[in-house]
Design a protein around this ligand. Structure first.
Ligand code: DQQ
Length: 541
């Protein structure tokens, strides 16, 4: 490995080299998972965008195929941007994507597999009747009109529906299109949903979740026992947010629940570096899977130098929390097949100011699960309501180094032996007016001695009743320059990209720490070194 490859993620999805961004059109077909993604075949910065294509039996080991969709026709000659797959009746996949035409307009195209008996779906045909959705037919802004969703079928009127992201002034809009035959699409009179002050909506996603249990549902399911998720990626903030609500197929409307914040302060899948996500229904294991892109946070100059940029976060199963107020996400179970050497700790007290090291495994390439028991909450610091909608600012103000009452406690990952260089992943518990507030935080401010790297603190609140449970769990996936964390079983998730200058490979250490006045106990910790999966290293034909 060259110096430039030392920080290259090993078990996160990525091509061998060059630039990647959004996951596109994930689907399951004849026993094989497909992932397409935005890719620059010629360099490690954004440009020349095609749909690269990989296949897998388990979404962990990947083989690369040739790009599936690439500029070839006037309707996509300046780029094949994001889109989605829909499985038509008779198990027939189809892709809708945004093409950039010679006038640099964003238009929507369709592509069909050339050969349905090829489970790898290697070749795609773009019919001449493209584009199937043209902004000039429907008076939408052709420079902000992209990322068609998976379509869903509504039996009452025998039509397909999909939405496309756009904006009207500063209002984010999901414009709705309908079709009887999947060829001719007509704009509905009203958008499915819109929200003021949110700016351009990229990569919308709309899907049902079951009110009970963690099984996923196919995209068209409606009715009793179901709620809907509506997610958008905000171009202006580079964050995503989602609401939970109700979809009314006859009225062609989505209405967020009254307690679901419908603006840029809303719920996020991930409070860190996670964007342009896309979900799909996996019929093989009856689950909904979420893919999201984790961009580099190094400079474009460094990206050019190293020759690679971007990964996909580990695919996550997603379902509705039993509280009905939010989603829960958890790395797909297949990831656990990479777990290799294990290190365990049980019932270990960490006194105020203390820490211990998790040794004897390669912690730069690891999966760690830990459960913390908290004792008395008496000493919890007072919660300042000014921060009620800004966990990130609270985490920036009170870092892992800031001594607290109950917490900060958690992990120092990708740490140098002297802990001078480290990324902190931790919780801090506050006492509010009538309850306790749990903050989960990623603090990468000391993640590298290198300057000119973007090192933002990321944070979210964790909706748990800590007075009752007196415990909280944390799982972190560490992969050289990726730290992907799941608090309280996946209620709050945070992903960061970090670039240690000392804590690289075997020189990376992992510690469990407690910087609060109260002791905390690690009731159980399991850390595994992760094996390297097959990761797109050879093109299979
Ligand atoms: N990336 C694509 C667009 C999408 C954006 C272009 C989101 O289709 O809106 O590469 O990251």
């Amino acid at each position: 490995t060259s110096v430039n490859d030392e920080l290259k993620p090993v078990y996160h999805f990525r091509p061998p080299r060059h630039w990647i961004n959004d996951p596109n059109g994930p689907l399951y077909y004849k026993g094989i998972y497909h992932l397409f993604y935005q890719y620059n075949p010629y360099g490690s910065v954004w440009g020349n965008i095609v749909w690269a294509h990989s296949v897998s039996a388990d979404m962990i080991n990947w083989k690369a195929l040739d790009p599936a969709i690439y500029p070839s026709q006037p309707f996509d000659i300046y780029g094949c941007w994001s889109g989605s797959a829909t499985i038509l009746p008779g198990d027939k996949p189809v892709i809708l994507y945004t093409g950039i035409d010679p006038q640099k307009r964003q238009i929507q195209n369709i592509a069909f597999p050339s050969n349905l008996s090829d489970p790898y779906l290697r070749e795609w045909t773009k019919p001449d009747h493209n584009p199937v959705i043209d902004p000039s037919d429907s008076a939408v802004n052709a420079s902000a009109f992209r990322d068609p969703t998976t379509a869903w079928y509504t039996p009452h009127n025998q039509r397909w529906s999909l939405v496309i992201g756009t904006r009207r002034g500063s209002r984010g809009v999901a414009v709705l299109y309908k079709s009887k035959d999947f060829i001719k699409w007509t704009k509905a009179q009203h958008p499915l949903h819109s929200a003021k002050g949110t700016g351009m909506w990229e990569c919308p996603d709309v899907y049902p979740v079951a009110l009970e249990g963690n099984q996923g549902l196919d995209t068209g399911v409606v009715g009793a026992g179901v709620k809907h998720v509506f997610k958008v990626s905000l171009d202006e903030t580079r964050f995503e947010y989602y609401t939970l609500g109700t979809y009314y197929p006859k009225a062609d409307k989505y209405i967020p629940d009254a307690n679901s914040t419908d603006n840029r302060n809303g719920l996020r899948y991930d409070y860190g570096n996670f964007y342009a996500s896309k979900s799909f229904y996996d019929p093989a294991k009856k689950r909904r899977i979420l893919w999201g892109w984790a961009n580099e946070s190094d400079s474009a100059h460094a990206d050019k130098d190293k020759g690679w940029a971007g990964v996909q976060a580990i695919p996550r199963a997603v379902w509705l929390d039993s509280n009905g107020r939010q989603l829960v996400q958890w790395p797909i179970e297949e990831l656990e097949t990479l777990r290799h050497k294990r290190r365990s700790v049980k019932n270990r007290n960490i006194p105020s100011g203390g820490s211990f090291e998790v040794k004897n495994i390669l912690t730069a390439q690891a999966d760690v699960e830990v459960t913390f028991d908290v004792g008395s909450l008496e000493n919890a610091e007072a919660f300042d309501p000014l921060y009620a909608t800004d966990a990130q600012a609270l985490c920036a103000k009170m870092t892992a180094k800031t001594k607290g009452g109950v917490g900060p406690f958690g992990l120092l990952v990708l740490a140098s032996a002297d802990q001078e260089e480290a990324t902190a992943v931790f919780f801090r518990i506050f006492k509010a007016q009538d309850n306790h507030v749990v903050l989960m935080c990623h603090d990468p401010t000391r993640s590298s001695t290198r300057e000119m790297i973007y090192k933002p603190t990321f944070a979210g609140f964790v909706d748990v009743d800590i007075e009752k449970t007196k415990k909280i769990s944390l799982r972190s996936l560490i992969d050289h320059s990726v730290v992907e964390s799941f608090g309280a079983g996946g209620k709050t998730c945070i992903t960061s990209r970090v670039y240690p200058s000392v804590a690289i490979g075997r020189k990376a250490h992992m510690f469990v720490f407690n910087n609060g006045a109260e002791d905390v106990k690690v009731s159980e910790l399991n850390a595994w070194e992760m094996k390297a999966p097959e990761m797109n290293d050879d093109i299979i034909f």
